[in-house]
Design a protein around this ligand. Structure first.
Ligand code: NAP
Length: 275
């Protein structure tokens, strides 16, 4: 089974559009881009397009890379206090010299639609349904659940332990009743562990590191990692060969990427009080 993020994200966005339409409310997302990192410019453009598709008002703030920390903080405080703004997203990475963790701290947790703040990360830990879940793990979980795959009681292995991807992914699976193992760069005998996984999630960023021999027959394989080979996006998983043994697998691109974008829209509509 192919876990197609393009199809599912489209239906999620369609549903959100209907909810916004029915509410008659103007929902808005402020996106701040500092500097002109090419990848960040593309991500921001995609987010703006998603907003248009869903019917969310997108407020774009494009700041020069000479922007000072205080200027960025002032803008965040202004947006925090503006009731017409429901979500605030600062595109990372920031240019050198700007403090990302201070930015995460400054964004009001009620408008933190990226789900990066301590309050929201803590909310995931406590299985609090009111918090904003980091978009990539939220999207990955949605892909698994919406395809009817049972998570409770399964052995789940997450590779990657970052605060925004690996750790929340592990917590979400734990909250669903999986038995979760988290692996990282210091893990010994990775293959022995991944071989035990009924659900294997890879969030590393090393092209095709997950090979067929590392995957249990009939496993569900979720590929979050992004790398480039000759300018072309590839995932952590050797899709061609792993798809022969997996029961379900995400394509990459076309799996967790579009789901991440859909979950940002979901969080923004939630921030506006419509979900
Ligand atoms: P990150 O902060 O760099 O974390 C990478 C993790 O991989 C770390 O925990 C690291 O372990 C672990 N790792 C590195 N080499 C390893 C190895 N050989 N074996 C096992 N584990 C290893 O990255 P991130 O922000 O979590 O993102 C992970 C990947 O997902 C990146 O490729 C990123 O581009 C991608 N991503 C995709 C989406 C999407 O929409 N699909 C969204 C966000 C991120 P240590 O902690 O020990 O260093």
């Amino acid at each position: 089974m192919i876990l197609d993020g393009k199809i599912l994200s489209k239906s999620i966005k369609e549903n959100l559009k209907n909810i916004i339409c029915a509410s008659g409310k103007e929902v808005s997302l402020a996106v701040i881009l500092v500097g002109q990192d090419p990848a960040s410019c593309i991500y921001v453009k995609n987010k703006t397009n998603d907003c248009h598709e869903v019917g969310i008002k997108s407020l774009e703030y494009k700041l020069p890379d000479t922007t000072k920390q205080e200027e960025l903080m002032d803008l965040i405080h202004k947006l925090n206090n503006d009731d017409s703004v429901h979500g605030i997203l600062v595109q990372f990475p920031l240019p050198e010299g700007l403090d990302e963790s201070a930015v995460v701290k400054a964004i009001s947790p009620q408008k933190d639609v990226d789900g990066f703040s301590k309050i929201n990360v803590g909310g995931v830990l406590m299985n609090d349904k009111d918090c904003f879940v980091s978009c990539t793990p939220a999207g990955a979980l949605e892909l698994i659940k919406s395809s009817g795959i049972e998570i409770t009681g399964k052995n789940a292995v997450v590779i990657g332990r970052s605060n925004n991807v690996g750790k929340p992914m592990a917590l979400l699976l734990l909250n669903e009743g999986a038995t979760v193992t988290v692996c990282h760069s210091k893990t010994q005998n990775l293959k022995e562990i991944t071989k035990q996984a009924d659900i294997l999630v890879s969030a590393v960023g090393k092209a095709h590191m997950i090979t067929e021999d590392m995957v249990k027959n009939g496993a569900v394989v979720i590929d979050i990692g992004i790398s480039r080979i000759d300018g072309k996006q590839v995932g952590d998983v050797d899709f061609e060969n792993v798809s022969k043994v997996a029961y379900a697998i995400t394509p990459n691109p076309g799996g967790t990427g579009p789901m991440t974008r859909a979950m940002l829209m979901y969080n923004t509509v939630k921030a506006a009080g419509l979900l």
